[in-house]
Design a binder for this molecule. Sequence first.
Ligand SMILES: CC(C)(COP(=O)(O)OP(=O)(O)OC[C@H]1O[C@@H](n2cnc3c(N)ncnc32)[C@H](O)[C@@H]1OP(=O)(O)O)[C@@H](O)C(=O)NCCC(=O)NCCS
Length: 156
Amino acid sequence: MTAAAIRLHPAGPLEAGVVAALQQACFPDDPWDEASIATLSSPPAGLVVIALDALDQPVGFVMARVAAEDAEILAIGVLPQARRGGIGRLLVEAAVGGSRDLGATALFLEVAEDNPAAWTLYKASGFFSVGRRPGYYKRADGRVAALVLRRNLEGA
Ligand SMILES: CC(C)(COP(=O)(O)OP(=O)(O)OC[C@H]1O[C@@H](n2cnc3c(N)ncnc32)[C@H](O)[C@@H]1OP(=O)(O)O)[C@@H](O)C(=O)NCCC(=O)NCCS
């Protein structure tokens, strides 16, 4: 699947069920319940975008929150069968544009050190490391650090 066929759809609390299903498929070890997603996606601070394929089927999502000048990506995922087609990059840019439109000047996120797919994507999208949280994520065989990444939204 290529990004050219993708339509980005701004979602609200009513679509929390779709986002919960995408979250579960992308993060099987970290499902979120629909009620939490509905709360997090409520305007004006919530920002959720769903990627739809040519058949209008959801294949990815990004969820962010804006608090004054700072925004944070809470989750981003693309269905396994739709990866490496540029959809993740589109979703990051949707979070960047949406956060900027809501007045944010910086966008933050946390990424596990053992997730090279994600941090390669973020680096390519202009994020840089501003911190490290040792043992932040739990794994079956121990714990792994989170890198805190930032992208400046001003003048970009
Ligand atoms: C991370 C994720 C969202 C990327 O989505 P995607 O649609 O595959 O990403 P894209 O196709 O837009 O990739 C953009 C760039 O990111 C990098 N990238 C993406 N997946 C990669 C991988 N598996 N290995 C190395 N680099 C990768 C590449 O630089 C890629 O550009 P290229 O294909 O031109 O080389 C997806 O792998 C995913 O949903 N993973 C599981 C959930 C997750 O880990 N979310 C992030 C938590 S912080």
